[in-house]
Design a protein around this ligand. Structure first.
Ligand code: 0GY
Length: 306
């Protein structure tokens, strides 16, 4: 049952009956980008939120994890919860070591609270540059947060759109932590993966301590997930971007579902199909293992066996 909150008009709920993937995920696979929403009557959405989602709690996330054959999750604080990390932390704790978290924090957060988040399993903070999701925070404020979290060995997750990289890359390069880019920096897939805009992104990754999530084909795609001749051809206009990144930076790529897929307006992806997309961008067992297991383990569970 949904909480007492009223969902944003046109809100699409997550796919309730995902297919069983044809692609078998390697043992130890990490879904390195997903969220929890509420449930709102237990973990209220933040007053400053830009959207009100459906409920999508930890039990539903863990059921999807098990259905897809995923072992672990990285749960990224969603903007609808602002800087109240309670729902995310509750889910990470409930996972019994099978999830890590990425938080949203304000610069006045206490050392004790940072330590509490660290002990719970948080390993990063997210800086969001999408105006439809957050009011822009001053860069000095973000830099101050990065300086606070660097000694904990955390990283900064950055979410921006492709055309904005030019204005932001100097700031990103000045941050003292590793960076993790959401959704390949949101390229405009109407432009070629070999073109100058994506070229700038690839140079940025090459020249900095950057990891890249080759996630969200469903969000970036213009063609969508049509079935051709009865065969799924998942998000083919995004494939060249993902494959380019995986092949150029095989040791610094991550994959995630982005469940429960906030703010999609045209279609809600079948999460099983998102798994079937993976071998189109990571085309060999070796690349798949790095993308799905080795790399996220190195970043989020260093020293642990998958
Ligand atoms: C994503 C993408 C989006 C939303 C959020 O925290 C969020 O609200 O991340 C988006 O609307 O593009 O990564 O889930």
């Amino acid at each position: 049952m949904d909480s007492t909150f009223t969902k944003s008009p046109g809100w699409l709920g997550w796919y309730s009956n995902p297919s069983t993937p044809r692609f078998t995920l390697p043992a130890g696979t990490v879904d390195a980008h997903c969220h929890v929403f509420g449930p709102g009557n237990e973990f209220p959405f933040a007053p400053e939120r830009k959207y009100t989602p459906c409920d999508a709690g930890k039990d539903q996330l863990f059921a999807l994890r098990d259905h897809l054959g995923v072992s672990r999750n990285v749960i990224v604080q969603a903007t609808c919860h602002g800087a109240d990390n309670s729902a995310m932390v509750d889910a990470v704790r409930a996972s019994k070591g099978r999830a890590r978290g990425v938080a949203t924090v304000r610069p006045d957060i206490s050392d004790a609270e940072l330590e509490r988040l660290d002990a719970a399993g948080v390993r990063g903070v997210r800086f969001n540059f999408l105006k439809r999701l957050v009011n822009a925070a001053p860069q000095e404020e973000l830099a101050a947060i990065a300086r606070r979290i660097a000694p904990l060995g955390w990283h900064v997750v950055i979410y921006f759109e492709g055309q904005d990289l030019e204005g932001l890359e100097g700031f990103f390069g000045s941050l003292p932590t590793p960076l993790v880019v959401d959704h390949m920096g949101r390229p405009d897939v109407a432009k070629p993966a070999t073109g100058p805009e994506f070229g700038r992104f690839l140079r940025f990754v090459e020249n900095n301590d950057v990891w890249v999530k080759v996630s969200c084909p469903e969000r970036l795609s213009i063609s969508g997930p049509p079935a051709l001749d009865g065969e799924p051809a998942p998000y083919r206009d995004v494939m060249a971007f993902g494959r380019t990144v995986v092949e150029a930076f095989p040791d610094r790529v991550l994959w995630g579902t982005d469940w429960p897929h906030p703010n999609l307006t045209h279609h809600m992806p079948d999460d099983g199909l998102l798994v079937d997309y993976i071998p189109h961008v990571a085309t060999t067992p070796d690349l798949q293992h790095k993308l799905l297991v080795t790399n996220p383990m190195n970043l989020y569970w260093p020293g642990e066996n998958a």
